[in-house]
Write a protein that binds this ligand. Structure first.
Ligand code: NI
Length: 139
């Protein structure tokens, strides 16, 4: 059976503030600069969700893209789109909302939510130039 990787791209807009409760005010400003501004700033994020699997012989599909879209929108995008990631999103509470931390939390939400195939990779574009990629690995 051929193993195929299928990707769908999602979009959401959120605001955030990069600030760590583990660091003092001065150090937060030194490390995060403008991104530490008290009232936050926004990004137009792009998230690529890649599923690994074998195409069903009858349908030719690993997963129905309609189902994938619906699940990711319901379980994840709806909780972050047009929200303040530090203030409005329960699963980000106490976590610095960098792209790295976001993509790891997104993985926890999506990994068991898919009806077919397995979650292979999440790629989160914070800007066209800044990308965090996660494949569920720990060390
Ligand atoms: Ni930012």
């Amino acid at each position: 059976m051929a193993i195929v990787y299928l990707t769908r791209r999602f979009h959401f807009s959120s605001s955030h503030r990069l600030h760590s409760d583990m660091l003092d005010e001065k150090t937060n400003i030194e490390i995060f600069g403008q991104c530490n501004n008290p009232y936050g700033h926004g990004h137009n994020y792009e998230l690529e969700v890649t599923i690994k699997g074998t195409p069903d012989p009858a349908t030719g599909m690993i997963i129905n893209l309609y189902d994938l879209k619906k699940i990711v929108n319901e379980k994840l995008i709806s909780s972050v789109d047009h929200k303040h990631l530090n203030e409005d999103v329960d699963f980000m509470r106490g976590i610095v909302p960098t792209a790295e931390n976001l993509v790891v939390e997104f993985w926890q939400i999506l990994k068991d939510a898919l009806p077919a195939g397995e979650l292979y990779e999440l790629k989160l574009f914070e800007t066209p130039n800044n990308v965090a990629l996660y494949r569920g690995e720990w060390e």
